[in-house]
Design a protein around this ligand. Sequence first.
Ligand code: SF4
Length: 256
Amino acid sequence: MIVNELFYSLQGEGSLAGVPSVFIRLAGCPLRCCWCDTKYAWDETAGREMSCEQVLEALDGHPTRHVVLTGGEPMVHEGVSGLAAAIREKGYHLTIETAGICFIEGLEADLMSISPKLSNSLPENADRPAERLNLGVLRQLIAAYDYQIKFVVDEPDDLNEIADILEKLDELDLYSIYLMPQATQMDAYMEKSHWLAEYCKQTGFSFSPRLQVMLNFPKKGVDEEAEIDRLYFLGVGCDKGIVFGRSRRKISFQIF
Ligand code: SF4
């Protein structure tokens, strides 16, 4: 299996936002969303081959029992079932982050974190937009797993599209639906958060933070050649927090 990156950080979104987790990012995604922040993982060969044993070994030594299998799109890989089972067998809580375009019979997960892609994600030259949203697969995932559904919202009009999708899905748990602003920079994040938060209050959907935007997490969590190979967020109060990074040469602190 080609692993694009494997790193330790905080879960940035959804019900487990803020929970320290080890992320395994598998290479390859067919969707090519225009605002994707992990374009470097689109190519199926973008990474290095790792055996299940090597991945399990890399999980050791982090003070967490949470593992996140992400991508790219992890559900397009045949070998993902064996890896998921092995991770859970070691006692980890496993979240799978998926766009909800594939269903794999028997795949194990503690939380299926589904992020259906709205039309705001369409790449400019999209020729098969229908494949981005598969209601049949979404229904299967919702029926088979503890789940959360996260929508990336870019503008108020997206809320109509979300309402349409939710209407077509059966027996959804209102409290498992999260809306989060589409943004890569803090100013856009804050602007969209204000109106989105109001909408969440009106509908009962949850507002999800995106800590990776708020805290400006590094684009690649662990790059063996990178200066900083770990980033720890130590705490945040009303307006203060501390981040420290450890590189091969130094440990640095930043208070913001
Ligand atoms: S589904 Fe996720 S990984 Fe794939 S292009 Fe869209 S945002 Fe990027």
